[in-house]
Design a protein around this ligand. Structure first.
Ligand SMILES: NC(=O)c1ccc[n+]([C@@H]2O[C@H](COP(=O)([O-])OP(=O)(O)OC[C@H]3O[C@@H](n4cnc5c(N)ncnc54)[C@H](OP(=O)(O)O)[C@@H]3O)[C@@H](O)[C@H]2O)c1
Length: 388
């Protein structure tokens, strides 16, 4: 019975525009990225490959000793969102080995405890902490920021963060608004990471060593030919007017926004801000078999992974996560670049993603959304304090 239901769902999905868009345009976009990667050095002499550097501990604080248990307090801190599954969990493991104190940020306490105990079973000494955060909720992001600051203070650690990896993302197949009133996919994949970055920026800027932000995008952004950066589109509400939920297009928009935001933040931090620069890198993991297609009918997701494997376009998790690690460990001068293909390689993203006017307009709209959410959060916090 369940099998028949699954099959019917798959047939129904196969009749949608999104299915064909994913099946054809996404495959071409991925192929195009690989062709670009292989041919870029023929047409340009600019450097496109960068080696990783080793991670070193923070300089000792006046109040702390450098030996024994206190050494953990000097490790650089890396926050990974969506660290409970797929590429995020793989990145967490790899960055622990590189010498980071890893903060796993996930929306499910149960999954967080499971991932943490799995890692601790293999490595008792792992410097690891879990925090709950739902990126589709502004109040959850603020609570996370407050708990993180308190934890840094209580653990006598430096009040700073060295690496933020905005990895969490979803491929939703049904239309749903978040409690903040945004479309779920735009809220989780773009507005959430934008807001989290804004609230964590003071901690990143406070780092005694160069810090960075790594934003996970996707080759699918290449399919967007135009984008209106107004509030209705950025919050995704305009898509609720569509008769059929255009899930493939919204995912592409959200990943294009991640790139426009990354490049604009890089420009602002490096060209205008004279203080300690925070690097901003973007990443495309390619196609990797994870839980990203969990909302798609089972037959469709399995067929998609099988076709990608057949075409030689499906990568292992280890290879997929290597672009994230390349971006996390590359020299600071790679800020503003797009890592793809592993081995320290970078590639140009779509022409639209480098449109400065568009990225400034998107920035302005995103800041308006952020300020509105902050106002509501502050108002609600004051009323709940009064009620107490
Ligand atoms: N896999 C690919 O082929 C591929 C290709 C290009 C780009 N990407 C991107 O790579 C990133 C990682 O995806 P993945 O492939 O590893 O998929 P995944 O296995 O589904 O992992 C996604 C992670 O995001 C978390 N997440 C989802 N919604 C969240 C929310 N509202 N708040 C906090 N966390 C949330 C999930 O938490 P739960 O475990 O609690 O659900 C999970 O840990 C995503 O940004 C994705 O778009 C993936």
């Amino acid at each position: 019975m369940t099998l028949v239901k699954e099959l019917m769902e798959a047939i129904h999905f196969a009749c949608t525009f999104s299915f064909w868009r994913m099946g054809i345009l996404w495959t071409f976009a991925l192929l195009y990225s690989y062709i670009k990667l292989r041919t870029q050095n023929i047409f340009t002499r600019k450097k496109t490959t960068y080696h990783r550097s080793a991670v070193s501990p923070l300089p000792p604080m006046a109040s702390s000793s450098t030996s024994g248990k206190t050494f953990g307090r000097r490790l650089p801190i890396c926050i990974i969102t969506g660290g409970t599954s797929g590429l995020g969990a793989a990145a967490a493991l790899a960055l622990l080995k590189e010498g980071f104190f890893v903060v796993l940020a996930g929306r499910s306490s149960h999954k967080l405890s499971k991932v943490i105990s799995d890692i601790r079973r293999k490595n008792k000494e792992a410097h690891l902490e879990g925090f709950k955060v739902d990126l589709s909720s502004f109040s959850s992001i603020m609570k996370f920021k407050n708990s993180l600051e308190k934890w840094l203070l209580d653990s006598d650690m430096h009040q700073s963060v060295q690496l933020l990896i905005n990895n969490a993302g979803i491929l939703a197949t049904t239309s749903q608004l978040t409690n903040d009133g945004h479309e779920r996919m735009m809220g989780t994949n773009y507005i959430g990471p934008f807001s989290l970055t804004q609230v964590l920026l003071p901690l990143l800027k406070n780092s005694p060593v160069p810090s960075r932000i790594v934003n996970v995008s996707s080759f699918t952004h290449r399919n967007v030919s135009s984008f209106r950066p107004d509030q209705e589109t950025v919050s995704g509400r305009s898509f609720s007017e569509y008769k059929n939920y255009p899930c493939a297009e919204i995912y592409e928009y959200s990943k294009l926004c991640v790139l426009l935001f990354s490049y604009e933040l890089h420009r602002q931090l490096h060209l205008t801000d004279g203080s300690q620069p925070v690097s901003v890198m973007a990443v495309d993991p390619g196609a990797v078999k994870t839980n990203i297609m969990r909302e798609l009918p089972w037959f469709i997701s399995q067929a998609a992974f099988a076709s990608l494997w057949f075409l030689g376009l499906l990568q292992s998790r280890r290879v997929g996560v290597s672009s994230t690690l390349d971006a996390a460990l590359a020299p600071p001068e790679t800020s503003g670049l797009y890592f793809f293909g592993g081995n320290g390689r970078t590639v140009d993203s779509s022409a639209l993603s480098y449109n400065i006017k568009l990225s400034r307009e998107l920035w302005a709209t995103s800041c308006d959304i952020f300020q509105d959410s902050l106002l509501i959060y502050n108002r609600d916090s004051v009323s709940s304090e009064k009620a107490d």
